[in-house]
Design a protein around this ligand. Structure first.
Ligand code: E4P
Length: 217
C-alpha cells in the first residue's frame, strides 16, 4: 500500500519524505488554510520535494471554472494531481482533464456508486472518506471493501485512495482490504510505530543494562 501524507505542512512532509515513507501528498482547501500559505507557492514547494503525485484541489463548482482552475493547478509541476469533488461537474472535469493526460483525484466519495461512476469518468484516484463515515456510526471500511470488490470485478484501473484516516488501525484495515493508497496526517503515520509493549520492553532492557555497569562505546 502506498502512503500519501494528508497535509500542507512542509516540515512534516519533509521529515517523512526523508525516511522514504512518502509516495505522494494530498491537500485540500482546509489543509491549505491550516498551513497559512499561498496555495501556488506551497503546492510547488511540496511537488518539488516529493516524487509522487501531489493532489491540489479546485474550489470552483461549475465545470468551466473547474477546468480553468484544474489546468492552472496542473501547470504548477508535472506531478500535480488535480483534485475535484464528486459532483456531476466534478466528474465532467475529471473526464476532460484525464483525457488531457492530467492525473485526477476524485474526492469526497461516500458511496460505492460514486466510486463506480468516478472510475467510468477516468479518475486516477478515488478518495473514499473513512473517518467521516465512522463519525456518523457508519463503517468507512465497508465502503473501501465494496469499492475494492467492484473495481476488481471489472478491472478498473482507478486507484482506491483511502482518505479521512484518523488512526493507525485505519491504516492497518485499509492495507488488509487492499486499498492501493492511504492518505493520513503525519501524526497517524508516526503512530503506526507505537506499541505499549515496545515501550515497556525497552524500559526493562535499559533498566537491566544499567545494572551491568557496562557501556557499548
Ligand atoms: C483527503 O484527501 C482529504 O484531504 C482528507 O483525508 C480529509 O480528512 P478529514 O476527514 O480528516 O478532514
Amino acid at each position: 500500500m502506498k502512503f500519501f501524507v494528508d497535509t500542507a505542512d512542509i516540515d512534516s512532509i519533509r521529515e517523512l519524505n526523508d525516511l522514504g515513507m512518502v509516495d505522494g501528498v494530498t491537500t485540500n482547501p482546509s489543509l491549505i488554510m491550516k498551513a497559512g500559505r499561498d496555495i501556488q507557492e506551497v503546492t510547488k514547494e511540496i511537488a518539488d520535494m516529493v516524487d509522487g503525485p501531489v493532489s491540489a484541489e479546485v474550489v470552483a463548482t461549475e465545470y468551466d471554472d473547474m477546468i480553468a482552475e484544474g489546468r492552472h493547478l496542473a501547470k504548477i509541476a508535472p506531478n500535480i494531481c488535480v483534485k475535484v469533488p464528486l459532483t456531476w461537474a466534478g466528474l465532467k472535469t475529471c473526464k476532460t482533464l484525464s483525457d488531457e493526460g492530467t492525473q485526477v483525484n476524485v474526492t469526497l466519495c461516500f458511496s460505492a456508486n460514486q466510486a463506480l461512476i468516478a472510475a467510468k469518468a477516468g479518475a486516477t484516484f478515488i478518495s473514499p472518506f473513512i473517518g467521516r463515515l465512522d463519525d456518523l456510526n457508519m463503517d468507512g471500511m465497508d465502503l473501501i471493501q465494496d469499492i475494492r470488490t467492484i473495481y476488481d470485478n471489472y478491472d478498473f484501473k482507478t486507484q482506491i485512495l483511502a482518505a479521512s484516516i484518523r488512526s493507525a488501525n485505519h491504516m492497518k484495515d485499509a492495507a488488509l482490504i487492499g486499498a492501493d493508497v492511504a492518505t493520513a496526517p503525519p501524526g497517524v503515520i508516526k503512530a503506526m510505530a507505537n506499541h505499549v509493549l515496545t515501550d515497556k520492553g525497552l524500559d526493562a532492557f535499559l533498566a537491566d543494562w544499567a545494572k551491568t555497569g557496562q557501556s557499548i562505546l
